[in-house]
Design a protein around this ligand. Structure first.
Ligand code: KG4
Ligand code: ZN
Length: 343
């Protein structure tokens, strides 16, 4: 939602076509998302993305073959969401087809099961499962009991994992967004944990997480207020790596506690941070330890925000018999709270 405009044509779990336009360059020089720029950029691109996705889908009768429209209704940046919602309502009205408002996190939740147009990979949809969602806006552990029944076991109390990585990267002068740069720098020194930063809330009994204390610790360390004189340039990779390690360690420990409580047969991971190869390695080790199946979004574009996962999540809503959204209502609720995910 916030910096990518994306439209896809999907059929059940298959993605017939996908179009994504990133506006990250327009934001990165400001060090983060600028709402007014996002709003304008989405508005400029949305028609183009719709056209492009329809064209790439090679439907014989074009839009006439589309049976429903799905759109992200939140959580996310409301001025950005509104652009998509307006367009979706327009398409639904013009073509007299139903409209489904989809929770952004539900899109990430089902992203490991999204298939290409040939139906690959063919991972069976295996309820129940445990889901770790790690994006720039949210970090949560969700227990999915059967199609459509969610229980949020825990979530971040402040910054999300991706947000924490972005903020640390910014403090290190690495630009925005920072997750990918942090991954690369850390990998160059084999992910050494030189600084052993505090792991917030790691020993608490809940599955909730917190990353803002870590961020503050990092800030004061860089400022020299922790009694250490830090040469950022000299120690750049070690600082990045130690920070990343602290974030991932918390994620892994919390997920492990959830595994111990729920004994899942399957774990799914989604969200922008799930593209991180080192996080994937840690998760693979964990799943091996407990002999649990582990699924990630099968293609890189499915980790970040994309229209395809929203279409697939909508087909799950249809499968479990949910009614289409009320078009008149949907325009008035541009932002949904996370509680909406709890059914
Ligand atoms: O899911 P997403 O695309 O957007 C939101 O819904 O927020 O997640 C974006 C987040 C950003 O914080 C970005 O730094 C992070 O995902 N990210 C990564 C990687 N690629 C993107 N974090 C760690 N390693 C990566 N390779
Ligand atoms: Zn997202």
């Amino acid at each position: 939602p916030s910096h990518d405009t994306s439209v896809a044509v999907t059929e059940n779990r298959k993605v017939l076509s996908s179009a994504i336009s990133s506006q990250i360059d327009a934001h990165s020089k400001w060090g983060g998302i600028v709402p007014s720029i996002a709003k304008l950029a989405h508005a400029e691109r949305i028609d183009m993305m719709c056209k492009s996705a329809l064209k790439k889908a090679h439907l014989t009768n074009g839009i006439k073959e589309i049976g429903a429209v799905a759109v992200t209704i939140g959580p996310g940046l409301s001025v950005a969401l509104e652009v998509g919602i307006k367009k979706a309502v327009e398409i639904a009205n013009e073509n007299s087809i139903p409209l489904y408002g989809v929770n952004h996190m539900e899109g990430h939740l089902y992203s490991p099961f999204v298939q290409n147009s040939k139906g690959k990979p063919d991972i069976p949809l295996c309820f129940p499962f445990l889901s770790l969602l790690v994006s720039g806006g949210h970090t949560m552990i969700v227990s999915v009991s059967d199609n459509g029944n969610y229980e949020i076991l825990g979530e971040t109390q402040d910054d999300a994992a991706g947000e924490a990585l972005d903020k640390a990267a910014k403090m290190l002068g690495l630009g925005y967004p920072g997750g990918e740069v942090m991954e690369r720098l850390s990998a160059e020194i084999n992910n050494v944990d030189k600084y052993k930063f505090p792991r917030p809330m790691i020993h608490e009994k809940t599955f909730n997480m917190s990353f803002s204390g870590l961020k503050t610790h990092f800030y004061y360390l860089l400022k020299g207020d922790k009694g250490q004189n830090i040469d950022i340039q000299h120690d750049l990779k070690y600082l990045a790596s130690s920070f990343q390690e602290a974030v991932f360690d918390v994620l892994l420990k919390k997920l492990e506690s959830a595994i111990n409580m729920k004994n899942p047969k399957t774990i799914c991971v989604g969200g922008g941070v799930s593209a991180n190869k080192y996080l994937r390695l840690k998760l693979r080790r964990l799943s091996k330890k407990y002999a649990i199946d582990l699924h990630f979004p099968p293609y890189k574009y499915l980790c970040g925000d994309n229209g395809a996962m929203i279409g697939v999540a909508a087909s799950m809503m249809i499968k479990r018999g949910e009614n289409p959204s009320n078009i008149n209502l949907i325009e008035r609720i541009p932002r949904l709270s996370l509680v909406q995910l709890k059914k």
